[in-house]
Design a protein around this ligand. Sequence first.
Ligand code: NAD
Length: 338
Amino acid sequence: MKKLNVGIAGLGRIGKVHIESLIRDVRDVRVRSVFSPRMDNSRGIAEQYGIESVKPNYRELVNDPGIDAVLICSPTETHTEQIIAAAEAGKDIFCEKPIALSLEEIQSALDAVKSAGVHLMIGFNRRFDSQFARVRGVVESGRLGEIELLRITSRDPAPPPPEYISSSGGMFLDMTIHDFDMARYITGSEVIEVFAEARVRVDPRIGDLGDIDTAAVTLSFENGALALIDNSRRACYGYDQRLEVFGSSGMAQINNLHHEHYQVLDSDGSHGPRTMDFFMDRYAKSYSNELKAFVRSILEGAEVPVTGQDGLKAVAVGLAAKRSVQEHRPVRVSEVFS
Ligand SMILES: NC(=O)c1ccc[n+]([C@@H]2O[C@H](COP(=O)([O-])OP(=O)(O)OC[C@H]3O[C@@H](n4cnc5c(N)ncnc54)[C@H](O)[C@@H]3O)[C@@H](O)[C@H]2O)c1
């Protein structure tokens, strides 16, 4: 079978996760070239993973005739121009979330993808976690009846560094965006209204950067369901990822995962291991699964499972959440996106 040759832009946290997943778990793919502005770091990574080519700039990466597709793992502010350049070079694209921080920028990227006729998949990896996928399957089967309520708890173990926060678009567009996508995915319905309250409870420096670190968000869906999302940038007990979906005929839950499975019972109560540390371990398999799905779609010429429209809609919900906090009122998604 033909192999898909890929180039990777951005070799930070998620770029390295994707290189490792591709090399370890994905068949029919070869990581051929990489680009990141720090050439010394790029060379080190290329050597470590046996990648043959290190490009000095993004243009040379996307115009490399030896690659069929590009994985965009660079900071969010560069995604739009990198998607457009890749589309113009005729390469299929996998881009990390969020596509960009404004709907206009996203639309310009999607227009370029459409006119080039290339594939674009967005990195909402949680859809490829076996537990979330299983619960989506249960909802889709009708076993829970009409979906009435969804609850998502999503708390990071610790905030990212200030320089990341200042270019990330803020908590709703960087972190909660996964929950907005998950809410759309699990309910199979579109969000019509958002009411969000947010605070700075973890670190005042986050507030100084104009961001928030603690949030409670209510979503209303077209199909009548409601969702509650709670977020924090700091859970002292580890990465906290839970979900509950409640319908007229039943309920499904996803709880935290642990590396070890034991319980100690003593006079102080019962004690178990910590939850998994962060996204790199909790969602490791989902990253491999999403890249398998991307590679398969491209090689088979099929529709990608997470589209540019999915990326656009999640950002629209995030922008409505931001406005809801600023204006202290429920905001209809149609106010930011029609
Ligand atoms: N899906 C997920 O679970 C997930 C997790 C983390 C990050 N992300 C997303 O991935 C993107 C990168 O996040 P990160 O945490 O890896 O950031 P990071 O800061 O750890 O890494 C960014 C990398 O991009 C490089 N870079 C800077 N400018 C560049 C350019 N113009 N072209 C190419 N590379 C450039 C940096 O040198 C660095 O290697 C963000 O959009 C973020 O939202 C997604």
